[in-house]
Design a protein around this ligand. Sequence first.
Ligand SMILES: Cc1ncc(COP(=O)(O)O)c(C=O)c1O
Length: 463
Amino acid sequence: MGTNVFDNLQTSPEMLRQIDNQYLSWGDTVHYQDNPIIVTGCQDGVMFGEGGHKYLSTGMWHSSCNFGYRNQQIENAVAEQLRTLPQACGDFLHAEKLLVAKEVVDAIYERTGVKGRVSFNVGGSLVVEDALKIVRKNTGKNKVAVMMGAYHGRSFETLNLSASHRYREYYNEFPGRAQMFPFANCSQCFYDKKRETCELYCSRMINKAFSNEHYGLASERSTEIGAFVLEVCQGRGYVIPPKDFYQDFIPQIREKGVLILDDEIQVGMYRTGKLFAFEHYGFVPDIITLSKSFTNGLSPVSLVWARDELVNPDVFTPGHAHSNFANHPLGTVAALATWRYMMAQDYETTVPQKGDYFLNGLRRLQEKYDFIYSVDGLGLLLNIVFADEQGTPYGRSASIASEIAQDNDFEWKGERWRMLLQAGGYDLNVIKLAPYLDITHSEIDCTIGVLDQVFEKIGRIIA
Ligand SMILES: Cc1ncc(COP(=O)(O)O)c(C=O)c1O
């Protein structure tokens, strides 16, 4: 069970909420919810909150803790670092940083045959910005392409890439906006096509846009696009594109000198059953970003890998990038311990097996509830789409489901549970599931059992 933080801090939930009301700016995302929970502890795939409630964490903080809350092996390494070298100026070398760099570079080389180098930064947005610097430095081009529905962060530069207009609307113009293309989001196709008959129309349209100078992006010789920035499977609705989607356009645009920048911040680290999601799709990126589960959520240290020719010391000379905390020893030791923990498991076998077991449970729910339009999964990245028979989304239905799951008690095998559900999709009509990768079959049964009860309640609202 979680420790009781209120005893230690001699405070009460009411008092904490009063502080939140009076002292906090509400401009971050906490108050997307009317009544955010106050958390007090966590373990494996469960969060503990005020009132002694236990919450099944079905999204693991948007895939920031793939290896379980309070993973003992990783936690011990950080605790040990606290006693040895907890602080060090980013301008020094230290073993933790160098070892994790080597292990990541070697792992990518083993999988792709491509030699690369890495650097570190703080959090996802800043490391995507570092990746954009690598693009600009090497191609001389500012403009990049992205997919509709993409999310690459909310710093000023990454706001040029993230799809949602909502994030930009408060801040006037963004002259550096990325060129945007429809993604292969087959349950909600931009072109209103059906997957069975579309012959990957969306992919062909990307090729077409680069094929004729009068479409405004490229001539036969060159293009104004420096890189295509991708989330291989999209975080917005855990959208899993068809297997041949990327092969259909990446080789052609590469011939024009476009670099492929693969943002694996949410779907890397074995989330999909492979170390990197790109491994399912038959291409090798030029640049890869990692954050979130890179330190299993213990620190914001993030990483960018790039092909050696893009970042070797002749090209990327000292000072091209910097952040005071980028190489923090507590963060890099968390990354090293996480990497070693991850590599010692057999996730390439277990994650697909558990993913199939989970997806079968979701299919049973789909048979039972006619507001479930589709379910899908790749490893332990899964989605449930709420829509009518024609595929018209039930707007906000996933948000309503997540409120119900979070604010009510459900019983499973004599124990009381609440549930944290991630809502996503273009119309907040998709439940996004990303449980911790060591989840057991009986924990999956419990999750499906509680979801069933949540859907019984939401069914009455949707119907
Ligand atoms: C794919 C992807 N890229 C970038 C980011 C931005 O990361 P951060 O919130 O740490 O800046 C996120 C965060 O959700 C993400 O999912």
